[in-house]
Design a protein around this ligand. Structure first.
Ligand SMILES: O=C(O)[C@H](CS(=O)(=O)O)OP(=O)(O)O
Length: 257
């Protein structure tokens, strides 16, 4: 930090187990990655190469090396896992993870129908190879999953070996955890939290209002994902109560008139 400010909310330091900022890279160039790391590397815990962009981007290895040199782990989007599964290429997917020396992988079923026992089996198998993040929720806005089922799915995936579970929202933040308007399904989130420890969940929350909502509910050390690279520093200030949105929340006082 550049100077001292007293009475900031407690913020766990990296490497941390909660308070994760998962940034989504959807095709940055290596030069852009280097610039991002220079300004915001300190605040990024993990990077997702969104959906199947890793199939298309040039010099994937160089990009992974850039993140690794900053000590930031990277994983491929869940859609890529699904693209392999739907083509019956699970072993090929495992080989890709090996080839690129991936240490994390996402298992999701947001775009495909996958029997849940089968999904848990994939989690179990991949957990022997890498640290698994599993994602719960559909990318289909019409598919509303009731809270009890979110809890059941999340718990079973953690039991199968997922390190953390991700709550689906997509890049837009308008499905899964959120209504099509971007409004949080607050009842759903609160019900999930009655059963699943908050540090085990990464909430995809790409919109500022969504990040603010989670930070007000769960504090500075809530795990948030699908953060656009340009929003990593703004998010850190919101976590610290240094932007208007959470300023009084953390000071526990009214705004001076
Ligand atoms: O579901 C996600 O968070 C992302 C981004 S989007 O849904 O394609 O907008 O997909 P993922 O495959 O998990 O990276």
């Amino acid at each position: 930090m550049n100077y001292t400010l007293n009475n900031l909310p407690e913020r766990d330091a990296k490497p941390r187990d909660k308070g994760y900022t998962m940034a989504m890279d959807k095709g940055l160039s290596i030069r852009e990655v280097e610039d991002l790391l220079e300004v915001a590397g300190e605040y990024i815990d993990i990077v997702k190469l969104g959906w199947s962009t890793s199939y298309v981007v040039p010099n994937l290895k160089g990009k992974l090396d850039a993140y690794r040199s900053a000590g930031i782990p990277v994983y491929f989007g869940g859609t890529l896992f699904e693209a392999f599964i739907v083509r019956d290429q699970f072993d090929d997917y495992r080989r890709v993870l090996d080839k690129y020396e991936m240490t994390f992988a996402e298992v999701s079923d947001g775009s495909i129908e996958l029997d849940h026992d089968q999904k848990c089996e994939y989690i179990q198998k991949l957990a022997e190879q890498v640290t698994v993040l599993s994602e719960v929720g559909s990318k289909d806005a019409e598919k509303i999953i009731p809270p009890y089922k979110w809890i059941k799915l999340m718990q079973e995936e953690l039991d199968a070996g997922a390190w953390k579970v991700i709550g689906e929202a997509r890049e837009g933040g308008n499905v899964g955890l959120f209504r099509s308007t971007g409004e949080v399904r607050s009842g759903l989130v609160e019900e999930i939290l009655t059963k699943i420890p908050f540090e085990k969940i990464i909430w995809e929350a790409p919109q500022k209002e969504q990040q603010v909502w989670f930070i007000k509910l769960l504090g500075a050390n809530v795990n948030l994902g699908n953060i656009a690279p340009s929003e990593v520093i703004p998010l850190e200030t919101i976590r610290l109560g240094l932007r208007g949105d959470t300023f009084t929340h953390f000071l526990n006082m009214e705004k001076p008139c």
